[in-house]
Ligand binder design. Structure first.
Ligand code: IMP
Length: 497
């Protein structure tokens, strides 16, 4: 006979935290959100910790190199999506590792034989008005000059005028060596009253551009997540099919952690993938696995050697797995059970395996609840998709800005590997939708606001760290009637414009 659970499975919105005693020392500025990313033995430090408990979803519409840099600046980690060719994913990882705050790899470049029309087209496409002229027209070619809008007059010049005829030539440019520090670069910018300083190597090949306007925004971020060589840290998604190609390429590119991206993690495929990594790289390479929603699934992945385990099936904003296949579990119930299993595993073995609550975070307080219920960190898709830095288009719908957001199980993503059951190499039905989410501005502003709420609630619970919150939290179920009481009610909202 089938096994029946006694309790219905529940989601975050059905729970609230009850405040605990908070001392006068328990203030938001004292809260430390650092949390382990990967397994560690009792008494030892985890090989990787993140400075805020947020990672970005392994999705085309969420985690590319740009979002990864923005999130690492705030202290979290992105997992660059794996549903793209290996070389392209590795290139994104490399871009994050090469990134130096304030040093821009030029994205608008022309060769001297190109025309004013090409310049205008490029300016329109990238939105940038400083264009590097390089011998090969690439971002790191030999620098021959720079074009800005001061170099041409549309009313006086024909669109087919060659770039070499109107560019500011190299000999007239102020430039500096590639090794120049940001402070030195900015001193040169001020001294010469210029807007942009190219940095070149010994062969005069362009390395970076430093812009005057970026100076203030590139003050050090105190939470930034960096490796020993002061480079931003970044993760990458892998699948259970092409790992023999993908894993070496991602490691060579500098990925700090990997994560098997699958809608269903309680499967032999995940063990085979982890075995491959252990055989070739030992414990040195960190790999998360998932997703699971119960104790048995967690145990399986823990024993298989996963460095962290992701929890959640069917709760993602774009997810229709539950409707399509009838599998899944309310996110809160899944998390609570897996957290218990994680603690029991730690008791038994002395090995702590962090768990990640993946999907279904709608309100900021859901993050605090997830942490209180035992998550070490959360993975978010919809949340990050709304920001400037996500890879998707911003569109204007009836006067409101929206960002595109589509699931990895949607036909648009074509990510059949994520839903692979060892069968056909295509998606036979969709498990995700293609959607729009309200545009919300910069990642930095939003993450800071969200975390200020998390810190504040933690203080209400008398906790200055995530483990302390997990120990002290008092969590209550709420009735459907009291959920109504929780919003504005029995008032007529005034429409502020
Ligand atoms: P969100 O934060 O609620 O938007 O959920 C993001 C999570 O949804 C991801 O990290 C994945 O685990 C999951 N996910 C991504 N694409 C799909 C899909 O197409 N179908 C089902 N789940 C998905």
């Amino acid at each position: 006979m089938a096994f029946y659970y006694d309790e219905p499975s529940r989601t975050f919105s059905e729970y609230l935290l009850i405040p605990g005693y908070s001392s006068s020392k328990c203030v938001p500025s004292e809260v430390d959100l650092k949390t382990p990313l990967v397994r560690f033995k009792r008494g030892e430090e985890p090989g990787i910790s993140i400075n805020i408990p947020m990672v970005s979803a392994i999705m085309q519409s969420v985690s590319d190199d740009r979002l990864a840099v923005a999130l690492a600046e705030e202290g979290g980690m992105s997992f660059i999506y794996g549903s793209q060719p290996v070389e392209e994913q590795a290139e994104m990882v490399k871009k994050v590792k090469r990134y130096r705050a304030g040093f821009v790899v030029s994205d608008s470049n022309v060769s001297p034989e190109m025309t004013l029309e090409d310049v205008l087209r490029l300016t329109e496409k990238t939105g940038h008005s400083t264009i590097a002229v390089t011998e090969d027209g690439g971002p790191n070619g030999k620098l021959l000059g720079i074009v800005t809008n001061k170099d041409y007059r549309l009313s006086r010049m024909s669109p087919d005028t060659r770039v070499k005829e109107f560019m500011t030539k190299f000999d007239d440019l102020v430039y500096a060596e590639e090794e120049t520090s940001l402070k030195e670069a900015n001193d040169i910018i001020w001294e010469h009253k210029i807007n942009c300083l190219p940095l070149v190597n010994k062969n005069r090949e362009l390395a970076y551009l430093v812009f005057r306007k970026d100076y203030d925004t590139h003050k050090k971020n105190e939470n930034e997540l960096i490796d020993n060589a002061k480079r931003y840290m970044v993760g990458a998604g892998i699948n259970t099919r092409d790992y023999e190609m993908r894993v070496p390429a991602l490691l060579e590119a500098g990925a700090d952690a990997l994560c098997i991206d699958s809608s269903e993690g309680f499967s032999e495929w995940q063990k085979i993938t982890i075995d491959y990594i252990r055989k070739h790289y030992g414990e040195r390479v960190k790999v998360g696995a998932g997703n699971v929603v119960d104790e048995e699934g967690f145990r399986f992945l823990a024993d298989a050697g996963a460095d962290f385990v992701k929890v959640g099936i069917g709760g993602g904003a774009i997810c229709i797995t539950r409707e399509q296949k009838g599998i899944g579990r309310g996110q809160a119930t899944a998390l609570i059970e897996v957290a218990k299993a994680r603690d029991a595993y730690y008791e038994e073995t002395g090995v702590y395996i962090p768990i990640c609550s993946d999907g279904g975070i709608v309100h900021d307080y859901h993050i605090t609840l997830a942490l209180a219920m035992g998550a070490d960190f959360v993975m978010l898709g919809r949340y990050f998709a709304r920001f400037d830095e996500s890879p998707t288009k911003r569109v204007n719908i009836n006067g409101s800005y929206m960002k595109e957001y589509w699931g990895e199980g949607s036909a648009r993503a074509r990510n059949w590997q994520r839903y692979d059951m060892g069968g056909e190499q295509k998606l036979s039905f969709e498990e995700g939708v293609d959607s729009l989410v309200p545009y919300a501005g910069s990642l930095k502003d939003n993450v800071n606001l969200t975390l200020s709420k998390v810190r504040s609630t933690m203080c209400n619970c008398g906790a200055l760290t995530i483990p302390e919150l997990q120990k002290k939290a008092k969590i209550t179920l709420v009735s459907s009637t009291s959920i109504v009481e929780g919003g504005a009610h029995d008032v007529t909202l005034r429409n502020h414009r």
